[in-house]
Ligand binder design. Structure first.
Ligand code: SF4
Length: 104
């Protein structure tokens, strides 16, 4: 399980840089740089959709990942000790990225 820090504050799962979703999916099958990746679990927080999704912030999280060219990826699982997700103010998951991505 990776320690996760997420800068995407307007995601419905974000609580103080922690993710409350429990597990996430990182996309980017052909990624060669971190900007080719994205957090596919991102859901934009909508004012009319206040939920209790942020009740259980976790510092560590299980990450399924499609970015097979990353040094931390084994069998579509992330084995990095720490992962940073960037994309503050994103409106769509394509505007997020795994800043920890490192090409093999
Ligand atoms: S660090 Fe690599 S393996 Fe882990 S989530 Fe990011 S891109 Fe995927």
């Amino acid at each position: 399980m990776a320690e996760l820090k997420c800068a995407v504050e307007n995601c419905m799962y974000n609580n103080s840089d922690c993710c409350c979703k429990g597990d996430i999916m990182v996309g980017g099958m052909r990624a060669c740089t971190c900007d080719d990746t994205c957090c596919e679990s991102f859901r934009e927080q909508k004012a009319d959709r206040m939920t209790n999704a942020t009740e259980h912030p976790c510092r560590t999280i299980s990450i399924d990942c499609e970015a097979v060219k990353c040094v931390y990826n084994t069998n579509y699982k992330c084995y990095a000790d720490h992962v940073d997700i960037k994309g503050c103010g994103a409106n769509d998951c394509r505007e997020t990225a795994c800043a920890t991505f490192k090409e093999r």
